[in-house]
Design a protein around this ligand. Structure first.
Ligand SMILES: *Cc1c(COP(=O)(O)O)cnc(C)c1O
Length: 322
């Protein structure tokens, strides 16, 4: 049925060679407090400490590193209000490729400025009246630019899978792994690494309960579309899984779990107070789900991917205080 070729673990290995020395090999952190609160041995893969503040740099750089000469000259286009935009902008700058990023006109000025700061050309659109995918496709066609989507792309998935690969290489096999879920690039890439390096691991995707399209899709067997969910987890406000991410998730993931915004705020406080880590709301999905499941995790070795740390400082203070 699926005409597209799904990426494999061999693609993750190739991606890890392409990003070596450019992306950070982020630290794996532990916390005695987390261990005793969960009754498990917990390993946190800290992608909040990745370049530009999230794992998105891995997939973006891997995709751009595969451009041929004509693609490099014409440049890359991406649409995103968040971390994918910054991942593409920074990767393009490092690779010497011109980048155009399509962002909503009401995106946080700090994010627009950060994207321009990496040298990208920012095109603003009205998210209520214009279709960003159409704008992206038009630009790609008119100028011969290559569109790199935020998750549904084999090179993006393979790049995202390098974080879990590094985790298993560092700590060995795990009983369970919790991964944040938006469109599924990180989860499907992590699934490739998990099934290759620690096949018996229970692999869980975690999304905000307000936007549980992934859970609905996983359980019904076909991709469910929803309206943009209202949640503080802005990195997981996707409306549907992808044509590549969905089949990998169905094949390799054990279950999709959901958590509330209140649980995410509690984990932001935990990371700040106990681990001295700034974690954005979406990056807290994994720990929130693991804590809710702790009865099943007693005595186990548990991995959690902290996906990112990009949150406006004033907003961060508000979320911690609230
Ligand atoms: C993009 C993003 C996610 C979700 O990743 P997908 O590959 O879309 O599932 C999770 N956390 C952060 C911080 C992100 O930027």
């Amino acid at each position: 049925m699926n005409e597209q070729v799904l990426p494999t673990y061999a693609d993750v290995v190739a991606a890890s060679e392409r990003i070596a020395g450019v992306a950070h090999r982020t630290p794996v952190m532990t916390s005695r407090t987390a261990d005793s609160e969960l009754g498990a041995q917990v390993f946190f893969k800290c992608e909040n400490l990745q370049r530009m503040g999230a794992f998105k740099f891995r997939g973006a750089y891997n995709a751009l590193a595969k451009f041929d000469e004509a693609q490099r000259r014409a440049g890359v286009v991406a649409f995103s209000s968040g971390n994918h935009a910054q991942g593409i902008a920074l990767s393009a700058q490092l690779a010497g490729i011109p980048a155009t990023i399509i962002m909503p006109h009401d995106a946080p000025p700090s994010k627009i400025a950060a994207t321009r700061g990496y040298g990208a050309d920012v095109v603003l659109y009205d998210r209520y009246t214009q279709d960003r995918e159409q704008i992206g496709r038009d630009l790609a066609q008119q100028r011969g630019m290559t569109l790199i989507p935020p998750y549904d792309h084999a090179d993006v998935i393979a790049g995202q899978g390098t974080a879990a690969k590094e985790l298993f290489e560092e700590v060995g096999q795990l009983d369970a792994l919790f991964v944040c879920l938006g469109g599924g690039g990180l989860l499907s890439g992590s699934a490739l690494s998990t099934r290759a390096l620690s096949p018996a691991t229970k692999l869980y995707g975690v999304e905000p309960e307000a936007g549980n399209d992934g859970q609905q899709s996983f359980r019904s067997g076909s991709i469910v579309h929803i309206d943009t969910p209202k949640t503080i987890a802005d990195g997981a406000q996707t409306q549907h899984l992808g044509n590549l991410t969905f089949p990998i998730i169905c094949r390799d993931v054990d279950d999709i779990l959901t958590v509330s915004d209140a649980q995410l705020r509690a984990e932001m406080r935990f990371f700040a107070a106990r681990m001295k880590l700034v974690v954005e709301p979406t990056g807290c999905l994994g720990l929130a789900a693991a804590r809710a499941m702790k009865a099943q995790l007693q005595g186990q070795r548990v991995g959690i991917i902290i996906s990112g740390g990009n949150v406006d400082v004033a907003r961060y203070a508000e979320l911690l205080a609230g």
